[in-house]
Design a protein around this ligand. Structure first.
Ligand SMILES: NC(=O)c1ccc[n+]([C@@H]2O[C@H](COP(=O)([O-])OP(=O)(O)OC[C@H]3O[C@@H](n4cnc5c(N)ncnc54)[C@H](OP(=O)(O)O)[C@@H]3O)[C@@H](O)[C@H]2O)c1
Length: 255
């Protein structure tokens, strides 16, 4: 399937590790220009160097930006647009990944997941409208099912993102801008969340692994592929969906 993402300009938060890193690579493989950010300057520099070697014919630029610094995030989006002349796709990927049920974690989840997403989209909207671009937010199966993260902010804020994205889909459709959510299931990355749980809580990890009907956790590339499809013209009539990519982990039926 030809996705037609060559020459598209993609902005993505949290691109140095995990699912974000896979998405950066997947867009570069398709010939898109990618701007990504994360907080750790050394990781951004290392990513810039290794991506330039791996994809000599594509263009990616990482910057040290914290999505909880909303002024800095807006400025980054605007600067990327000025440099590239356009924004075709934004992917709001960063999460505070806060699970325990404390006031501080609710604040961190809202500030990072919700307001980081909102700020990025607000700053990008004028550019997206010009090219009839599209928005992808990264939620989670924890936003669909009440799972081991409950009670607490993680699933509730992830569900909020799905609703907000659906609002965008409906209100921006007349302007030709699409908005969709991708909700990953358990995604195994050795130095990621599940790699950490495997090392620290082997019994809990085993139980969670067994709860996946396919007998395995997902790969970050499997999330990136779903994002590529939604970002492409192949999904030109898909807007407002919550695309769950979880190997049938969710037990709730999405109506
Ligand atoms: N992994 C899973 O099983 C899973 C399942 C469902 C949903 N998800 C969702 O998928 C998304 C990515 O998760 P992941 O597992 O790939 O996470 P990850 O491996 O922890 O990577 C997170 C990325 O975001 C960056 N980041 C974190 N906080 C940031 C901030 N405030 N500002 C800018 N960058 C920031 C990190 O770099 P720095 O730390 O250097 O900033 C890193 O590049 C999240 O929304 C998560 O909720 C993941």
């Amino acid at each position: 399937m030809h996705l037609g993402l060559e020459k598209k300009v993609v902005l993505l938060t949290g691109g140095t590790k995990g699912i974000g890193r896979s998405m950066v690579k997947a867009f570069l493989q398709e010939g898109a220009t990618v701007y990504f950010c994360s907080r750790t300057k050394a990781d951004v520099e290392a990513a810039n160097e290794s991506l330039a070697k791996e994809f000599p014919d594509a263009k990616s630029t990482g910057a040290a930006v914290d999505v909880t610094n909303h002024a800095q995030l807006s400025e980054w989006v605007t600067n990327c647009a000025k440099e590239s002349g356009r924004i075709d796709v934004v992917v709001a990927n960063v999460s505070a990944l806060t699970i325990p049920d404390t006031l501080e974690n609710w604040q961190a989840a809202f500030n990072t997941d919700m307001l980081g997403t909102y700020t990025m989209i607000q700053a990008a909207l004028p550019y997206l409208e010009k090219v009839k671009g599209n928005i992808i937010t990264i939620s989670s199966v924890s936003g669909r099912d009440v799972d081991f993260t409950a009670p607490g902010p993680y699933g509730a804020i992830k569900a909020t993102l799905v609703h907000y994205t659906a609002q965008l889909a409906h209100t921006l459709a007349p302007k030709g801008v699409r908005a969709n959510t991708v909700s990953p299931g358990n995604i195994y990355i050795p130095d990621g969340v599940w790699g950490q749980i495997e090392a620290d809580q082997p019994e809990f990890f085993k139980k969670q692994l067994e709860s996946n009907p396919m007998g395995r956790m997902g790969k970050p590339e499997e999330i990136a592929d779903a994002v590529l499809y939604l970002a492409s013209e192949r999904a030109s009539f898909v807007s407002g969906t919550n695309f769950t990519v979880d190997g049938a982990l969710c037990t709730g039926v999405q109506l």
